[in-house]
Design a protein around this ligand. Sequence first.
Ligand code: HEC
Ligand code: HEC
Ligand code: HEC
Ligand code: HEC
Ligand code: HEC
Ligand code: HEC
Length: 463
Amino acid sequence: MNSRYYLSILLISSIVLIAFMAMAFNREINPEWKRYQSEYKEFLVKNAKDESTRERAEKIDIGIQQIYVKSLKRADRCMSCHRGVENPFMADAEQPFRQHSGNYLENHPVAKFGCTVCHRGQGRAMNTREAHGEEHTHWDYPIIPSTYIQGACAQCHDLEMLKEEGGEKVAKGEQLFREKGCKGCHKVDGKGGDLGKDITGIGSRPFAYFSMKSVVGDHNLYNWIKQHFDDPRKIVPESDMRAFLSEEESMLLTTYMLTFMTEEMPRNYTLIKNVVLPKTDGASLYKMYCVACHSDGKASIYDEIFERTIPAIMNPAFTKTIDNEHLKKMIMEGRKGTQMTAWKSDAAGLTDKEIDEIVNYITRNRPDGKPEPFEYAKFSTDAKNGEDLYKMRCALCHGDDGKGGKSRLGINLRTKNIDPEFLAMTLRDGRAGTPMASFGEKGAGLKDQEIADMVSYLRTFSK
Ligand code: HEC
Ligand code: HEC
Ligand code: HEC
Ligand code: HEC
Ligand code: HEC
Ligand code: HEC
């Protein structure tokens, strides 16, 4: 009884083993690519128009097709299955045999470029799953869905050319990147805000870098980036990123992100026709670095994510009170402990000239005439009295310690380099159109002496 039992187990397992071996053997002698090539050949033979084409078709040998591109360090075998890519006769065939669409291959001869430089994917692989780098194949750069493939073109071409010649999506993506103020929070090549991560090279980050937990569909770089743009907090639960993007805009920006590659193309693989230098006028710089938070600068905005007010920096009440020199200092130093980055060259990387351009832009509609001077220097002040007044009148919005923020309306007052004259005028006149009221005789009715006392108290914050 016992021995019969073991015998049958042995028999069954040998059968299973033999079946597996047979399958493996079959796959070895009859792999996917071989079947595709036989089908391709059969198709050509069967549909040959005349005898001589049939003869030629019969002579096609079946074997691994490989393009070795030395200077790109690539060996692409995609054509082992996609054998018809250059054959006009296959224009309407099924995949993987169809002739390549457009004139991509005429412009980029297969022998020089191969396939993966545009498509990504795993050039050497010989089955569809691995070649396309589908999920669970451990390949970091699966083939790019056709929606985003134009991101590959900018490795070698300028956007001006691409705009006209097959790369309109990536060109639009670049424009959005500039105009949505992404660099207000992100550094690229050493320049930009520091609230978000440095995104240099994001287009070539490996799979393991991203947390795929909440990504819907295939887990890959492309879906991560796109879905993160659609809704940052869905992909990164605690994200402070703010992006209000339409479906179309997310798609275009995803395409553009794929141009942020770490690998450089060899010279003879690039074709640059028309390089347009980045715009350096104040309006363009403001869009690139400031607009994401300050919007058009005309209204104070309560930021729900950071629970902090973003001041209206183009409000005439502000531009009238501040002179260019102090405004420049504010921008250079930023506000520690708030979203406001220090923009100077050794922090966010803006040059002196760029900050001047931005200052000129912010103040371009500054009202004529100066506000009535306060002459703070003439007062002898009592900071203790200032403190009492502050606690009564101001702390509700600006906080006991002047830090503002976290469910408070008022901004951070703990900054160095703020001119006391500016502070005094701001307290006296307020900022029309924002929650900051006027506290002077024409407003809440405080005396100049009381205002001066408060200013002297405010100045103790930055000590
Ligand atoms: C083992 C065969 C095989 C290899 C090797 C192969 N492919 Fe494919 N490919 C297919 C088949 C089959 C299809 C059609 C079905 C599908 O999309 O999976 C296809 C479809 C495609 C498509 C169209 C996808 C779409 O959504 O329309 C692209 C692009 C592509 N392959 C690129 C490549 C690139 C690039 C390589 C080389 C890295 C490659 N393929 C290697 C078999 C292969
Ligand atoms: C210069 C860049 C470039 C190169 C090189 C390139 N392709 Fe493409 N390929 C594209 C673009 C762009 C599309 C998408 C066309 C569209 O959807 O309008 C595409 C589409 C495809 C498709 C989908 C069907 C189609 O034709 O639209 C397949 C399959 C494909 N390519 C295979 C290959 C293979 C195989 C190679 C290498 C022999 C290759 N490609 C080389 C840019 C390229
Ligand atoms: C690996 C670099 C590389 C990539 C990626 C690449 N190209 Fe090119 N492309 C070139 C080079 C180099 C030439 C010039 C032809 C040559 O050297 O063989 C060229 C030629 C062209 C031309 C013909 C222009 C002319 O004036 O002759 C067009 C159009 C073009 N590319 C568009 C594209 C588009 C669209 C994409 C993306 C789908 C793309 N290229 C991807 C390098 C590239
Ligand atoms: C208010 C600041 C802010 C703005 C504006 C902003 N981001 Fe972000 N971004 C962040 C923060 C914070 C993170 C890190 C948390 C996360 O991954 O969501 C982030 C993450 C990212 C990531 C993932 C980076 C990585 O390495 O994981 C990308 C890509 C990105 N942002 C692109 C953009 C683009 C493109 C724009 C413009 C449309 C933009 N961001 C605007 C704050 C911002
Ligand atoms: C990530 C969001 C963010 C970006 C980007 C940003 N700011 Fe700010 N900015 C703030 C916040 C928040 C404050 C108020 C901080 C506080 O509580 O004091 C502020 C304060 C300021 C102030 C002080 C205004 C006042 O009333 O004293 C100026 C000036 C300013 N920003 C200019 C700029 C300029 C110019 C840029 C672009 C180079 C810029 N900001 C980019 C968020 C931002
Ligand atoms: C109702 C809330 C609120 C109260 C009360 C309030 N502030 Fe403000 N304060 C603000 C807001 C909001 C701003 C930014 C306005 C803007 O430009 O968008 C501001 C701006 C300021 C500024 C300009 C700071 C800078 O860096 O430009 C100073 C100084 C200031 N407040 C001091 C005070 C003092 C002192 C008091 C009490 C006498 C006070 N505030 C009371 C809300 C308030």
